[in-house]
Design a protein around this ligand. Sequence first.
Ligand code: GAL
Ligand code: CA
Length: 348
Amino acid sequence: MSKRIKGMAVALSFVLLAAVFAAGCGQQNTVRRSDKIKVGVTIYDQYDTFLSQYMECFTKELEADEEVEVVVYNASQSQQTQNSQVKKMIEDGCDILCVNLVDRTDPTTVIDAAKKADVPIVFFNRELVEGDIGRWNKLFYVGADAAQSGILEGELAASTCLSDKTIDRNGDGKIQYIVLEGEAGHQDAIVRTEYSVDTLVQKGVEVDKLGYAIANWNRAQAQTKVAQFIENYHDSIELIMSNNDDMALGAIDAYEAAGMIKSEWPAIFGIDGTTVGLEAVRDDKMTGTVYNDKEGQAHALYRLTTTIARGGSIEELSDEFEVTDGKYIRLDYEKITATNINKYLKVK
Ligand code: GAL
Ligand code: CA
């Protein structure tokens, strides 16, 4: 992680230096700044594993494009900080903004500032509510369908529970499970929790919920919460459904720290397919995960951002992506288990 952040910081300072250099050359500069698109990006938390991998893909695409200049800000989980960053990026002449909202229910300041300055925004990963995205025709969203990720996770868990009778360790015909939830109020946390368990039940698995914990997408927080569950339930937890890979990995950390042997572990499922998540599937610690296509989303974000900044429209991209309501591009999730893990480890 620190290497990635360092990489991002180095890339960023390169761009900033380039911008300073261009400005310093003033009118003698043969490269006209106005030929370039200036993209301003702000992300909710640079320590989020999935997002930092996503940003790596996105900045790589932007940096390979000589017609683009980019600045990246980290909002460190503060909406107020992000509001100031948006104002600063607009003042600094950004042609378009890519915003990963801190608080998806509170985009008013960001939208008002952009609208006033006529700077379009492509929101990504943290989806704002429909009423807000409808407030201006230059607001867009790139992401994925949260319900689909929940359904796929539920299907993975159901097929494991139905085909492997050893999962029901106490043999009572029911699967004792816990859910690890991301942030309260995040569309992916709410929807994944609901759809994953509903799908499991619809597929014919009888379940018995032992509890849930909110761990904010975070590995260390999940480890602490699962350690508490292990103290209360020891080896009676048969299944853990996690809203993302990092929290699933926190659960694995807790089982390892408790010194429990693998046959006492539950089946553990995640969502994301981050590098560490994929490795846990490869190493048979996580039973399965759902691919949250960061490469695809980063590419869609790049294509949409540069198209809109050049005065084009989202419809121009409808051959490449599924465009909904003239505002949304959503990429598909995919199931990952031991049987297809190599494709993801190699290709992605
Ligand atoms: C989700 C992802 C989580 C976390 C979150 C941040 O899509 O699965 O791991 O990165 O976005 O908004
Ligand atoms: Ca059982």
